[in-house]
Write a protein that binds this ligand. Structure first.
Ligand code: AMP
Length: 492
């Protein structure tokens, strides 16, 4: 049940900001959490990004901080009163921007600090004084050690995306940060799942928390149609073409388990006539921006990405998600398919399962508590096994030669040196290790909701004539590098 913000008696500056955002009613997490946070109680909330949880904690928190508003320019009058911790710079940036919007008509100051950026501008902001500090744990500790951030007047701490913070190994950092805070404070913990580790964290740092769950932990959105198709590795691309075509899907995310697999698959799909971009942890900020921009503009049909690159990627309501590889970690399955079917929109999640994936599928079944049926894909009679695409067929019909050699090379390379899978070091072992992985670069596009392209052009797989001329890859795809060079880069 949703209800109106007007029932909350929010202070005028906050109510005005909310009205300006165009929110008509509260989301379920807001309806449940805001009244509780307004009373100052600790909260343990099960909610994912995209549910409106940022407003759920920041609006009541800002309301309670209004008593500290000050127009003084003295930094001493603007100590940190609320600390919001997030696992990645994209999420931190995204949440900080939202908080700045909600606080825009108040005198409360907010800022964000995260790694991978120069400390100096962040230090200047901190030295001026801020009431609300959004941070990733590692960079916050750097600022604490440099005496740029003093946390002894913190009244509220929010541990957002707590499950991911633990996954990444931030527990020791969190413990250190929490040790700097006054014991008398309100602690809000949000997590997509309530794993035993999260419960342990909550029992150590929360006092009589009110538990709020808007969806059962690990529940996948009911608006997502989940299909599991059996496909061996050589048939997976053909399966993607088939699903796109039969379901009339124009844009999709395709998840893979490794960085090299990501680039390789993107190149192959591009060769097969689909406009494709790859997004993985080795991509520069500029490349990532370009890929996302192209996807948003509808210039790219498929975004092939790894879990690490997709973290914090707040593009919503993508029509379909493909799991080209079954994720190694069942929780990633829930995160991946959460990209589609958001906010009531229906979505399709297709997982391609090969013979060796049985254990991984069983893990997903266990997590989402649903018996999964693995179906066979029906292909048209006239498309023999291994002939995967319209694009390539059109290309061949256009008189191009030599594709069988290309395909054989592609297959040989796909059996090439095994690369370390991306994100592996973030999860294995699951014990808390305390190291900090290199976070992906800052990426403002991660905050933008997905909007279908305005141009209602036919999808690429419908337009056989769109097959690229051999050797001319789109601007989104880098020309293939030698496998040896890739392997070297991956291990460097
Ligand atoms: P979050 O889950 O906090 O990342 O929010 C996801 C998106 O939902 C953001 O773009 C918010 O601006 C938007 N949002 C938050 N609350 C509401 C609301 N009550 N009505 C409509 N949109 C909202």
């Amino acid at each position: 049940m949703t209800s109106s913000f007007s029932n909350l008696s929010l202070a005028e500056p906050l109510a005005r900001a909310v009205a300006e955002m165009g929110y008509e009613s509260m989301t379920p997490i807001q309806a449940q959490a805001i009244p509780v946070v307004l009373t100052g109680q600790d909260v343990m909330g099960a909610a994912q990004t995209g549910t409106g949880k940022t407003a759920a904690f920041s609006l009541p928190l800002l309301q309670r901080l209004l008593k500290h508003e000050s127009s003084s320019t003295s930094p001493a009058r603007h100590p940190v009163r609320a600390l919001v911790l997030l696992p990645t710079r994209e999420l931190a940036d995204q949440v900080a921007q939202q908080i700045a919007l909600y606080a825009k008509y108040t005198k409360l100051r907010s800022t964000v600090v995260f790694g991978g950026m120069d400390m100096k501008p962040q230090t200047l902001e901190l030295k001026k004084g801020v009431e609300v500090l959004v941070a990733t744990p590692g960079r916050l500790l750097d600022h604490i050690e440099a005496k740029n951030a003093v946390l002894n007047q913190v009244e509220y701490v929010v541990l957002d995306e707590a499950d991911r913070m633990l996954d990444i190994g931030f527990l020791p950092d969190l413990q250190r940060i929490l040790s700097y805070l006054p014991p008398q404070r309100t602690t809000l913990l949000f997590s997509a799942t309530f794993s035993p580790e999260i419960k342990r964290l909550a029992s150590s740092y929360l006092q009589n928390p009110v538990t709020i769950e808007v969806a059962r932990p690990n529940e996948t959105a009911s608006t997502v149609e989940q299909r599991f198709y059996s496909a061996n590795d050589d048939d997976k691309r053909r399966a993607i073409h088939q699903v796109l075509k039969t379901r009339g899907i124009k844009q999709a995310f395709i998840f893979v388990n490794s960085k090299l697999g990501c680039g390789r698959l993107a190149r192959s799909l591009e060769n097969e006539g689909l406009r494709t971009a790859a997004l993985h942890g080795d991509k520069s900020q500029d490349e990532r921006l370009k890929a996302l921009e192209a996807f948003k503009k509808g210039e790219v049909d498929l975004l092939v990405c790894t879990d690490v690159a997709a973290r914090g990627l707040d593009i919503k309501d993508v029509p379909a998600v493909f799991n080209f590889d079954v994720p190694f970690n069942a929780e990633d399955y829930v995160h991946r398919i959460g990209r589609t079917g958001r906010a009531g929109a229906s979505g399709l999640a297709v997982t391609l399962v090969s013979g060796s994936d049985a254990r991984l599928v069983a893990d997903i079944e266990k997590l989402i508590k649903k018996k999964l049926e693995i179906e066979a894909i029906e292909y048209p009679e006239d498309q023999p096994r291994g002939r995967i695409n319209d694009g390539r067929r059109a290309w061949r019909e256009a008189g191009e030669t030599g594709d069988t050699r290309d395909a054989a090379r592609e297959r040989r390379e796909s059996r090439g040196p095994r690369e370390p899978r991306e994100g592996r070091e973030l999860r294995e072992p699951r014990e808390f290790r305390g190291f900090r992985p290199a976070a992906p670069s800052r990426d403002p596009f991660f905050e933008k909701p997905y909007e279908p392209s305005a141009a209602e052009a036919a999808p690429a797989w419908e337009a056989a004539t769109k097959a690229p001329v051999r050797g001319s890859l789109s601007a989104n795809i880098k020309p293939k590098r030698k496998v040896a060079a890739l392997f070297k880069a991956a291990t460097a």
